[in-house]
Write a new protein. Structure first.
Length: 366
């Protein structure tokens, strides 16, 4: 695997700050400002209806223009709320017809994990850009197939790692990369919750795995964006404690360690058996950062203790769904300005590879 230091953008001021425009650029930017990226929402579940779609409503750059749903009545209700014309409501059966719908620029895939690949690939083949929820798929071949399909179609692919666009996470990255913590030695992170019986997340066929693929992925991805490195060694341990029928197919707990090229060590935990607020702690030779919550929809809070400095205490007061606005709008910028998304397909694929290694070391498969 190609291990490289990764480039991160610390600014949250938007692409215009990064790409100073010449006159033609300014004219194009004005055009972009007048246009919104028009999303077809694929799967009307909790993340789509509760977060992403409300974010589009608030956004200057993103708009809900179409739906794909197995529940026509629900789609019609949402269509009324979002001014979506009846002709733009699709079922899973006639989904491919989005190809001839010029209203639709991009799809947002918010289906159970094992459906991401099929619906992302069909979207790319229909000539649409793809914003796909995490984890990008449930196998490495499926993940690669999404990347390949979007490349072949010449369409943008972004994986919905909203924390990579969130200001408090970006501030932590910035502090680390400016050397404010000295030499980074170790990272601890966790993220989990107590899953209810009956959820698709407990079915391997739909979820691909348990809490690692669902919420542990936030800790994994954070260790990578905080260090700016990719791990050289990954090893995990899985367990099932509660014999109440929930964990016949997926694991209940995963603990894993990672070593990075610089020597940074990371230890992470995830569970479906307990409420485990998402956090990370980064320990450096001159101080530490503690973020908790680190991965929630709102209320993110960064604290840092650095030698010779007053304590840093920076809560983010923005309310949900602001993280989704940043994510949807960044993708709009990528499409309108022909930029590669920071959280692109390769980024999603790497997490899939590390998760496969973690499962492998536990004697499990994805
Ligand atoms: P959900 O169960 O609320 O919604 C899933 C949607 O898929 C529903 O509309 C459901 O009707 C539809 N669906 C189609 N076929 C289905 C099938 N065979 N079984 C079950 N549902 C089916 O799920 P969710 O919590 O919205 O998660 C959807 C995706 O979003 C997942 O990949 C998840 O990992 C991701 N997610 C991301 C975040 C984030 O913060 N980025 C948060 C939660 C979920």
């Amino acid at each position: 695997m190609n291990i490289t230091r990764r480039n991160f953008t610390y600014t949250v001021a938007g692409a215009s700050a990064l790409y100073p425009f010449n006159r033609i650029g300014i004219a194009l930017a004005r055009q972009d400002q007048e246009r919104k990226l028009r999303y077809c929402i694929v799967g009307l579940g909790r993340i789509a209806m509760g977060h992403f779609m409300p974010a589009c409503k608030m956004s200057q750059k993103s708009q809900v223009i179409a739906f794909v749903s197995g529940h026509r009545d629900k789609a019609e209700k949402m269509a009324a709320e979002y001014n979506v014309p009846a002709k733009n409501i699709y079922s899973y059966a006639n989904y491919d017809e989005i190809a001839s719908n010029k209203d639709i620029d991009a799809v947002y895939i918010a289906l159970p994990n094992s459906m991401h690949a099929e619906y992302s690939i069909r979207a790319a083949k229909a000539g649409k850009h793809v914003l796909c929820e995490k984890p990008m798929a449930t196998s490495l071949p499926d993940s690669q197939a999404i990347v390949d399909a979007c490349k072949a179609a010449g369409k943008k692919l972004m994986i919905a790692y909203r924390c990579q666009y969130e200001p408090t996470n970006l501030r932590a990255i910035q502090m680390i990369h400016e050397g404010q913590l000295g030499t980074i030695q170790a990272i601890e992170s966790a993220n989990g919750f107590n899953e209810r019986p009956g959820e698709w997340r407990l079915e391997k066929k739909l979820a691909g795995g348990g809490p690692l693929m669902d919420v542990g992925i936030y800790s994994l991805n954070a260790c990578r964006y905080l260090t700016g490195e990719n791990p050289v060694h990954v090893e995990g341990y899985c367990s099932v404690i509660d014999q109440d029928g929930r964990f016949k197919e997926v694991e209940e707990n995963v603990s894993w360690n990672m070593t990075f090229p610089s020597g940074v060590v990371a230890s992470c935990n995830t569970t479906y058996g307990a409420d485990m607020p998402g956090f990370f702690r980064v320990h450096g030779s001159k101080g530490m950062i503690h973020m908790q919550p680190a991965f929630a929809y709102e209320g993110l809070h960064l604290k840092a203790d650095i030698q010779g400095q007053p304590p840093i205490d920076e809560p983010n007061h923005q309310k949900d769904p602001y993280e989704f606005v940043l994510e949807a709008d960044d993708f709009a910028d990528c499409v309108f300005q022909n930029k590669e998304p920071k959280a692109n397909g390769e980024e999603g694929l790497r997490d899939m590879q590390y998760m496969a290694q973690i499962y492998g070391s536990c004697g499990r498969t994805m």
